[in-house]
Design a protein around this ligand. Structure first.
Ligand SMILES: O=C(O)C(=O)Cc1ccccc1
Length: 293
């Protein structure tokens, strides 16, 4: 039995996890948490084998809070990554929020709740249709749906997944309210055990590089260690080290496994110029395919 910590049941993370492990896989035992911190801690404290972490979104970019947890708070290697569509919907009580003709009565909606990433994906929609509504962030989309269910009669709505609406006896009032159709989220599976449930031909390695202070051209040298070896990078991102204003580390995703000879030699070259390198994981990468869902 494999144990997996995840945001609440019916969240985008929950759907994404079921895509990775297979929807009807009885070998997986999910434990659900309202806050991402508890998802991380469940695995970091050894109560579960893996944690499911949304890390990057097509519209909103990196989920900084989750990146910081991965880097600063826990030491959990990345064991897999996959990309999953995160199309969100407006959810609420149809008796409360639809008018007599069955149309959505935007004016009756007083508050919209959701996870900050889901909310950010719907910024234009909310501005256009619900500028009067209060917006409130909660720990997950399905948590928002549950709160709306538990507080009837107040004109509250949630942004979330169709399964969460069904699980809570609420209606999908409007589908696909995300500002762009092509909306995907990249998820990470983190934990100490290698992921062996499925295989992938594509592999990635994520590293964290801390530069020596006052070293002109350090980033250029780091990038050239990859470029002359023709190693492809898929992401480079800087985050503050939180130790001193203006000090940053760089998170780099490389489209290559650490087992490939070229990569350890690139890392050795980067260390030789005085950079610190921490490998966050070397892992299979899965693409979303409708047939496999
Ligand atoms: O709140 C959820 O449903 C999550 O799993 C977090 C999230 C929200 C929006 C896109 C991807 C992940």
């Amino acid at each position: 039995m494999i144990s997996v910590a995840c945001l609440t049941k019916g969240s985008t993370s929950d759907e994404a996890a079921k895509y990775l492990f297979g929807a009807h896989n009885d070998d997986i035992n999910y434990t659900y948490h309202r806050m991402i911190a508890d998802v991380f801690l469940s695995t970091a404290e050894g109560r579960t084998d893996y944690a499911i972490i949304p890390i990057e979104n097509t519209i909103d970019g990196s989920v900084s809070l989750h990146t910081d947890w991965l880097v600063d708070e826990v030491n959990l290697p990345i064991q897999a990554e996959w990309v999953y569509p995160s199309i969100q919907n407006l959810i609420g009580s149809s008796t409360e929020l639809l008018d007599d003709a069955g149309g959505l009565a935007y004016g009756r909606i007083t508050k919209v709740m959701s996870h900050p990433v889901a909310m950010a994906q719907c910024t234009q929609y909310l501005k256009r249709h619900l500028p009067h509504a209060e917006l409130e962030h909660v720990g997950s989309t399905s948590e928002a749906v549950r709160i709306v269910r538990d507080n009837p009669g107040l004109g509250w709505a949630a942004i979330g997944q169709v399964t969460a609406a069904a699980d809570n006896g609420l209606s999908v009032l409007e589908t696909a309210v995300t500002d762009h159709d092509n909306n995907f989220t990249r998820f990470l599976l983190v934990g100490d055990k290698p992921f062996t449930v499925r295989e992938s031909a594509a592999h990635k390695t994520s590293i964290l590089i801390t530069m020596p202070e006052d070293y002109p051209g350090a980033l250029h040298q780091v990038l050239s260690a990859f470029s002359w070896r023709r190693i492809n990078l898929s992401r480079i991102e800087s985050r503050p080290t939180k130790k001193k204003l203006g000090n940053y580390y760089f998170l780099i995703d490389i489209e290559m496994s650490l087992d490939t000879v070229l990569l350890p030699s690139a890392i050795a070259e980067i260390e030789a110029i005085g950079c610190q390198v921490r490998v966050l994981g070397s892992y299979p990468s899965f693409k979303y395919e409708t047939a496999g869902a």
